[in-house]
Design a protein around this ligand. Sequence first.
Ligand code: SAM
Length: 276
Amino acid sequence: MNDSAGVVDPNTPSIARVYDYLLGGKDNYPVDQKIGDHFKVDLPGSVAIAFGNRQALVRGVRDIARSGVKQFIDLGSGLPTADNVHQIAARYTDDAKVVYVDNDPIVLAHGRTLLATDDRTTVVQADVREPEKIRNSAEVRRLIDFDRPVAMVFSAILHHLNDDEDPRGLVSYWCDQIPSGSEVFISHFRSGGNSETEAAEQKLQSTFGRGRWRTDDEIRELFGDLELLEPGIVPAVLWRPDTPGESDTPIKNIGTAERELTVWDQLISAGLARKS
Ligand code: SAM
């Protein structure tokens, strides 16, 4: 795993680059494509899961911005893709501020290129398991006003933390930092108690040394005592789905408004909560 500072290692698979490959991106190497191809065979819905997740994130940021929250911290943000948090937010609010955080150096490298001209958006290379470092980083202090509502985005990141890395404690740390009116978005691999999820969990563990599929109840616990907003924790494609033709994201639309729910759609859940 590329979790040390600085250098992109093209010989070791990276979560960010494998995910980029599944989304059809170009910022990946043969070593990542090999793992991605494995997922496509062992878990034929991998591409659908990645797109379903990304689309739910787009709708989540849309609704957060519509509710008036203008500051976003996107933890485990991934490589820039077709539609990123600051671009989504900009469609619904004119002065959003966004901090992207990822521990993969390739995210920093590509993020800087994308964001070079934007002083309301930044990328911090850091490990989400060290939240205080992130909270106290110069970039977070410069851009985020913790006296005003903040959206914490945990999109497809907490399932990369094992139980002993305390993902619940991590969410709780940030909930203590943000004021009333703030919102927390989580999407997370959803354990279906079936052979597909078991095989996928094993693959994540053997490749990256971490990866945990959780039930909806376990995902609910990650939100602590926050108020969960409608429709609760549901498969990502069912989280406030667009009606056909409604979507304005460049991310490929695979919403269930247009087709039946598949077994793969049920392998990732999403939820949004508010701090009262
Ligand atoms: N959030 C994006 C999304 O939902 O489309 C990307 C999700 S991608 C599956 C997971 C991202 O989390 C990768 O970019 C990976 O580098 C990052 N990541 C994994 N473990 C991390 C850690 N401990 N600290 C920071 N980032 C991490």
